[in-house]
Design a protein around this ligand. Sequence first.
Ligand SMILES: NC(=O)c1ccc[n+]([C@@H]2O[C@H](COP(=O)([O-])OP(=O)(O)OC[C@H]3O[C@@H](n4cnc5c(N)ncnc54)[C@H](OP(=O)(O)O)[C@@H]3O)[C@@H](O)[C@H]2O)c1
Length: 320
Amino acid sequence: MRFGSPQDSVELQRMTWPEPGPGQVLVRVRTAGAGYPDAMMAAGQFPLLGDPPFGLGEEAAGEVVAVPAGSRFSVGDRVTGITAFLDGWGGYADYTYLREESTIRIPARMTDEEAGGFPIGFRTAYAGLVDRAPVEAGQVLLVLGAAGSSGGAALQLGKARGATVIAVAGSREKLDFCRRHGADHVVNHRTEDLPARIAELTGGRGADVVFDPVGGDTALAALKAVARNGRVVLIGLASGKPVPLDSMDMLLRNYSAVGVLATPGSPEAEAVVWDHLADLAAHSTISTPVGQVYDFQDVPEMIARQARPTAGKTVVRIAS
Ligand SMILES: NC(=O)c1ccc[n+]([C@@H]2O[C@H](COP(=O)([O-])OP(=O)(O)OC[C@H]3O[C@@H](n4cnc5c(N)ncnc54)[C@H](OP(=O)(O)O)[C@@H]3O)[C@@H](O)[C@H]2O)c1
């Protein structure tokens, strides 16, 4: 592939997959999760990747076909995890490498589609709402982009932690989707006055935590609704612009902003994270909010559509 529009830049290549090295497992892919980062990668706007060619797809689910010596996984295990995409091995492929520390066995109740779209959104939400800006039971969590990949996961993880969740999205269809996935309240950022609605919903207090994968004007409006001692969790910029922070406003209104990049910690720390997420999924406390499911041959078209995503987590079916 080369940088450009997905239809021009994404192409099929014949590959061979060497035996996996330490810390990776080789899987035969069944499903792979998609998201806005695919569009950024195809356009050459993803900060952590060098020049093409590289494989696209940050997460995948399938069967393990090869493991290095000493792996905690075995051939035949049904797993889902984060791909070695930073080394060029993406999930939109017949086979891919998963990073062992970011891989779990698929809980029995999870479908293939839920499994393929599980790791990135929930690992990101965990980094924000558990590690970096822990949201507590009884607090108010405001989630921007709540019908999207990381936002949809944050909505559910917030509910799992006992927060009252206000979901923000841009259409009635997306607001209905957020309600079905557990939001206590929903606000349309296109048609409603966001700070006024949050004030109304919180009795004037504001939100204790704002989860922001969107940035831009929507996040700027949400800043006006942060409670005293509140925290803004900076995740991404789906709007194309980061949120402009005003240090004087932060000082005068006593709130802070926390940057989050969901990179793996030590193997021990990662094991705690993934065991926790797998346990919540096994009990159906959280589940991937699957949206559209695409066929493998439609990946370029699917990536092009990530700039204007529909409700829920987009997943690609690679093999049955
Ligand atoms: N920090 C990390 O570790 C990490 C991890 C994963 C992703 N990210 C980043 O997070 C961002 C979102 O990724 P994602 O996969 O969650 O994206 P996604 O699934 O495409 O969701 C993004 C949501 O943002 C909303 N949106 C887009 N433009 C908007 C605007 N102008 N105003 C308000 N809402 C807008 C859309 O909803 P509406 O239609 O409802 O507006 C969409 O549902 C990306 O920048 C990505 O790189 C960061």
